[in-house]
Design a protein around this ligand. Structure first.
Ligand code: UDX
Length: 442
């Protein structure tokens, strides 16, 4: 099939490359000319494992092309996918301006029957608004009759950064929200070759499933973080609790890692947007407010613990390992690591940070007093404390014996419990995790 993908961010690009890998012809469109120029040269503008290689492959097979000019490629399109950003406004609601601008542009140049797919995460009712925008613009261009033949399908994405390409090719489910059975079956065929259960729903249900999935996962994280706080007070280990409940197949073992809470471009935004959506519909979704509160408190209490133990951090050298919101990405959006580093800076600490992939992005948001070290060991050398904020595998490969000699004081605060199994106390470190039952929170 011929596809136009509008938006070349994490979702649009991975999905575009994914469909091209399945053999479809994909034209990726973005208003950012410098991004399109880089993509045209085969350069992925962010770090996503395997994506660079996959892009090269589909470029050499001729299945993908990049342009800023929608009009030049829309003529061949059977399907037009919207994957533009819907960032949060200051109120927590999703900002849909880019989505509506792209819809209008589609309406302006679409001159044949096509199925419109919305991949962007959007509040309930948005797909219909997108369709209305497209139809209205088409009518203004005297394409009234054709406008009635345009259908919209909500196909939410569930791609995790770091494993996005893998998630595209093998996923738990593909949700297809449509009014029109033919449009739904076209979208089903588009996904041929992907191993996943198909779930066909109404448009509204599909829109809500996406928010519900992320909100539920965020709830699991906040739940285990609450258990971690309790575990610290009663001398239990939250990792045992996670394992003990996760073995119950009704609960499952995933998303039960306690720590400094969730971040990233999806969870914080989607949980807030769902809370807003509920409020606007006259319903107070109490659980979500608590999930958000617990997540924020998690960063506060980690920071408090650090200051309680170290005393005044002003003028003290603190090493920060990890800045990305999770490993295997260079994304620092809503990263708990960034927030903690910023708080340390604000209190006058001298920060030496290291992240294998996210330092360039972190430089744009952190104070220019932060030192960015070339290795994890360099960051920790001469430090009064080490703070571990992202679970990058290379952190476990460091020689902790050497590290102990390099650090001025042996404090390690692990916001992810990532090094908890290494028995660092035996090497002379004062090691603190989250919910390991070894912290007197009184
Ligand atoms: C998420 C969803 O998983 C994906 O399906 C969706 O469509 C996009 O949003 P992503 O943001 O890439 O994916 O990251 P994810 O792996 O879900 O982690 C989100 C955050 O939760 C990270 O900050 C991570 O560190 C944190 N997390 C995750 C925990 O704190 N504990 C856990 O047990 C799991």
């Amino acid at each position: 099939m011929n596809l136009v993908m509008i938006g070349t961010g994490y979702v649009g690009l991975t999905t575009g490359v994914g469909f091209a890998t399945l053999g479809h012809k994909v034209a990726c469109v973005d208003i950012d000319a410098s991004k399109i120029a880089r993509l045209d040269l085969g350069e992925v503008p962010f770090y996503e494992p395997g994506l660079q290689e996959a892009l090269k492959q589909v470029q050499s097979s001729g299945n993908i092309m990049f342009t800023t000019d929608l009009e030049s490629v829309i003529g061949q399109a059977d399907i037009i996918v919207l994957a533009v950003g819907t960032p949060p406004k200051s109120t927590g609601e999703a900002d849909l301006s880019a989505l509506f601008a792209a819809s209008q542009q589609i309406g302006f140049c679409l001159d044949h029957e096509a199925v419109i797919v919305v991949k962007s995460t959007v509040p309930v009712g948005t797909n219909r608004k997108v369709l209305a925008h497209i139809r209205k613009t088409m009518q203004e261009k005297n394409r009234e009759e054709l406008s009635g033949l345009i259908n919209i399908v909500s196909v939410p994405e569930f791609l995790r950064e770091g494993t996005a390409l893998q998630d595209f090719l093998v996923s738990d489910r593909i949700v297809i929200g449509a009014d029109d059975a033919i449009a739904a079956s076209t979208i089903d065929r588009l996904h041929e070759g992907i191993k996943a259960v198909r779930l066909v729903t109404t448009i509204e249900s599909a829109e809500l499933i996406k928010y519900a999935a992320n909100a539920f996962l965020a709830t699991k994280i906040s739940f285990i973080n609450e258990m971690a706080n309790l575990a610290d007070r009663v001398g239990a280990d939250v990792r045992d609790i996670a394992q003990g409940i996760g073995l119950d197949h009704r609960i499952g073992p995933h998303f039960l890692n306690a720590g400094i809470g969730y971040g990233g471009s999806c969870f914080p935004k989607d949980v807030s947007a769902l809370e807003q959506l509920s409020g606007h519909n006259g319903y107070s979704f109490k659980l979500l407010s608590a999930v958000i509160e617990v997540n924020n408190r998690q960063r506060d209490s980690f920071f408090k613990r650090l200051v309680d133990e170290l005393g005044d951090v002003k003028g003290r050298r603190i090493a920060v390992w990890g800045l990305a919101f999770k490993p295997d990405t260079d994304d620092v959006r809503e990263s708990a690591a960034i927030e903690i580093a910023q708080r340390l800076c604000a209190q006058g600490a001298e920060i030496a940070a290291y992240d294998p992939k996210a330092m360039e992005n972190a430089k744009r948001v952190l104070s220019d007093t932060v030192i960015f070290a070339p290795t994890a060991m360099d960051a920790a050398s001469g430090a009064d404390a080490l703070v571990v904020l992202t679970q990058w595998p290379e952190f476990k490969e460091v020689s902790f014996k050497t590290l102990r000699d390099q650090m001025v004081e042996p404090h390690i605060f692990d916001g992810r419990n990532y090094l908890a199994d290494l028995h660092l106390e035996q090497l002379g470190f004062i090691y603190r995790g989250v919910g390991l039952g070894r912290y007197d929170a009184s």
